[in-house]
Design a protein around this ligand. Structure first.
Ligand SMILES: [Zn+2]
Length: 62
């Protein structure tokens, strides 16, 4: 059983992380939301924190 298998429930927690994508950093959420590519991780993390219902403090990767 994997955690990323199948669609997510709309009422599940929003755990946001930031991930490197090439030269950019992108915010991701467990609900499937993704922020825009940012050059600075601080901007990507700001996007994650601005995501409705976001729970930060996970495992930021960039
Ligand atoms: Zn979300």
């Amino acid at each position: 059983m994997t955690e990323q298998d199948g669609p997510v429930a709309p009422d599940q927690d929003h755990h946001t992380t930031t991930m490197e994508k090439g030269r950019f950093c992108v915010a991701h959420c467990t609900c499937g939301w993704r922020g825009p590519a940012r050059r600075a991780r601080s901007l990507a993390r700001a996007d994650a924190e601005a995501h409705p219902g976001a729970v930060t403090g996970g495992h930021p990767q960039c």
